[in-house]
Write a protein that binds this ligand. Structure first.
Ligand code: FRU
Length: 448
């Protein structure tokens, strides 16, 4: 099965991106996958491959439960290349008690989490019976829940060996990061932990760390972070940090940015692309499944790939150049843009508004807002109106639209607002816009 643009669940359920890597000339992107319905359940890793980050080919299931450690799921993790092999790290979970009426659900949220690895010789074959190993046992029970809530290994090559960061929780319901080091990718030693004060969430999921030319960045997804009573509480944040590999000391400032100001994206993961750019994708949480004629219902998709850069202490998320190439066919009318979505570029003046098929993007002074009230599920539990912080660099908007997601890049990624949508119309009304350009999808293979 092929997909162009965003990667979507090939039927059923997907959540976090996993094992994102450029390996032997191809991009591999795995994802948390439940193959038996459009709800979260026993986690497998689905797998997709791409030459260019926009033309994706689904490969089916790579990882599935076979061992005591991962009996109830292969949770999130990452991939590295070593001696030509693809090495995957993930969290295996084992429930204390499964719901007898639905074995895909854990009773009382109590389970053991261990960190596991799986080796694939070629990134294509995955022997779930032979090639898995536990590398970090479940934590000793300390009465604070970290035996259950320690997960999502992200591994990278440091200057003096391999480093792993895990998301976890500590005393007083505070999230934290745990750092480990290894010289052989098999034996891991605990080095350090890092946390913040109150108000930073009770568990930090899916950490990622990387260096850019402009600074070192940490990204993670604290649970219980946005407390306005609406979904979702768990939000991905990022910040520029000071990280010393020796002793894995991380100095985290008090200021943070949201990954995305639409608050729908979660659990991002990054890798380095072919040209050495830091590229990241995130999961779009979708409150209901999409059911289309002749298709298996599906729920969950990924953002477009974004290049992460740091300038003057600010983290930018710029749309990947291959996405721009994909949407490079000038069109006059939105009705001529076809099935694969489109890119609308414009400058927005104060008081201006773009209505993208029922999804409104507007400018109020130095902020950009969005409103999806007319193209989303109804109900008080859902956030429908969004706003960026004050913008500094102008009001250039690059809006990428597809059937179930709108991504608004402001000033080439100074801020991004992305939202899931349902029932978007193929219409476009603009007031207060200038330099308007519209692009449909092109056949990218012809350009590469
Ligand atoms: C984040 C997360 C991870 C976990 C995975 C399970 O969305 O909860 O922490 O590994 O999803 O599917």
């Amino acid at each position: 099965m092929k997909q162009i643009g965003h990667l979507k669940a090939p039927g059923n359920w997907m959540n976090d991106p996993n094992g994102f890597i450029y390996y032997k000339g191809k991009y591999h992107l795995f994802y948390q996958y439940f193959p038996y319905g459009t709800v979260w359940g026993t986690m497998h890793w689905g797998h997709a491959i791409s030459d260019d980050l926009v033309n994706w080919e689904h490969q089916g299931i790579a990882l599935f439960p076979t061992k005591y450690g991962d009996q109830n799921g292969c949770f999130s993790g990452s991939a590295v290349e070593h001696e030509g092999k693809m090495i995957l790290f993930y969290t295996g979970v084992h429930y204390y008690e499964a719901d007898p009426e639905n074995i895909h659900v854990c009773l009382h949220d109590q389970f053991d989490s261990c960190q596991m690895r799986m080796v694939s010789e070629d990134g294509v074959h995955f022997d779930n019976w032979k090639d898995k190993q536990v590398v970090i046992l479940p934590m000793e029970d300390n009465g604070h829940g970290h035996r259950t809530d320690t997960r999502d290994p992200k591994v990278w090559k440091g200057k003096n060996g391999w480093i792993m960061v895990l998301g976890s929780r500590g005393e007083n319901r505070k999230g934290k990061l745990l750092f480990y080091q290894s010289t052989d990718l098999k034996n891991w030693s605990y080095i350090n932990e890092v946390s913040k004060g109150d108000g930073w969430g009770w568990m930090w999921e899916c950490p990622d760390y990387f260096e850019t030319e402009g600074g070192q960045v940490v990204v993670f997804s604290p649970m219980g972070f946005l407390k306005d009573g609406k979904g979702e509480e768990n939000q991905a944040i990022c910040m520029v940090v000071d990280f010393q590999e020796d002793g894995c000391k991380m100095n985290m400032p008090d200021q943070y940015q949201y990954l995305d100001y639409g608050f729908d994206l979660y659990a991002p993961q990054s890798t380095v692309d072919e040209a050495g750019r830091r590229v990241l994708v995130a999961w779009l949480r979708m409150p209901k499944a999409v059911k289309e004629e002749g298709q298996v219902p599906w729920r969950g998709m990924f953002s477009l790939p974004r290049v992460v850069e740091v300038k003057d202490g600010h983290v930018y998320f710029r749309v990947h150049p291959n996405v721009k190439k994909l949407y490079s066919r000038p069109v006059r009318d939105v009705k001529d843009t076809g099935q694969k979505g489109y890119h609308l570029s414009l400058q927005l003046e104060d008081g201006g508004c773009v209505n993208v098929g029922g999804y409104r993007i507007f400018r109020r002074g130095s902020r950009i807002g969005t409103d999806r009230t007319d193209v989303f599920c109804k109900g008080e539990d859902y956030r429908t109106v969004f706003e960026t912080p004050k913008i500094k660099e102008g009001f250039q908007l690059d809006i990428y639209v597809e059937e179930h997601m709108v991504e608004v890049y402001i000033n080439d990624g100074e801020y991004v607002v992305s939202n899931g949508v349902y029932g978007l119309k193929k219409e476009l009304f603009i007031s207060g816009g200038s330099m308007v350009k519209l692009f449909g999808a092109t056949d990218l293979s012809a350009l590469l």
